[in-house]
Design a protein around this ligand. Sequence first.
Ligand code: SAH
Length: 350
Amino acid sequence: MQIEKKDIRALSKDQLRDFFVANNDKAFRGNQVYEWLWSKGAHSFEDMTNVAKTTRSMLEDNFVINHIKVDTMQRSSDGTVKNAVRLHDGLVVESVLIPTETRTTACVSSQVGCSLDCNFCATARLKRMRNLEAGEIYDQVIAIDKESRLYHNHPLSNIVFMGMGEPLMNYNNVIKAIDMITSPEGLGMSPKRIMVSTSGIPKMIKKMADDDVKFKLAVSLHSAIDEVRARIMPFSKNFPLADLREALEYWYRKTKNKISYEYVVWKGINDDKASIDALVKFCKYVPCKVNLIEYNPIDDGEFQQASEESILAYIKALENIGVVCKVRRSRGKDIDAACGQLANKEGSVD
Ligand code: SAH
């Protein structure tokens, strides 16, 4: 029976060192190979030119390198780039490069499809097919960093985990990927430039705080009223706002890091005074800011962007209590690259 070979990038540096020692080689060989895998981004063992041929074939016998491949790259009229990324098993995820005057931000995926069921999000309709490996998350970032250098003449400046999937449902691999991105062997990026966005899983928010993570946290709130939230994000029935609030208070106590709430205002859903009052109240619990995201329609018309007037009412109410509030206009809409539009329309996911 053919035994499936393990992806070598699932091994930590220590595990790789141990592997070489167990195979009668020197531990430092582990460092050398680790550097090839991460800093030099080797796609095959063949690439590792300063590693002896016998060692390379020994690695070949034991492991694979599951590298991603950018299948198609689309460029929007506003400069946004969307990559359809093919994984080793043929599945596809998407990642996006969002340029502004001062920075380039990568929006990366953490799962193929999504574990959650937000009614307004195209990715949710794909269901969760599998979690991404740390290397697959890392590769998306590297691909976008290359595009940033190519089109904007500077390295990637920020990363948001706002692509496909719920990062906290793939916590270990997301953390491993961030560790690589921030390590000197990876991109050496400051964790302060990385934001993980969650639909709000209280237990995992507390775990992140306990793990003393240094990146920023965004929570897709969309409503501060349990019944409304449960209607638009059905999974949230299991995570009442009181629990979310407690977890966020815990997060702030431990990390002293402000939280960003992501919030879309929809006509007839959360554009009333009660919704505004509830958000204002919720914002008082933990230091925070609010990003009002423009809604990107996902074809069935159930959700519609609220009027300019209701958005202004939100802004005014938040300003009154001193909460910074930004309106985020969509980017890359013409190529289905905006928030909630990632659904592999171009690539096949079979
Ligand atoms: N699961 C994570 C990250 C992926 S979604 C999370 O929920 O935070 C990234 C952001 O896009 C979230 O704030 C999400 O609520 C928002 N979003 C989803 N669908 C959208 C749509 N159709 N229009 C605008 N924003 C959307």
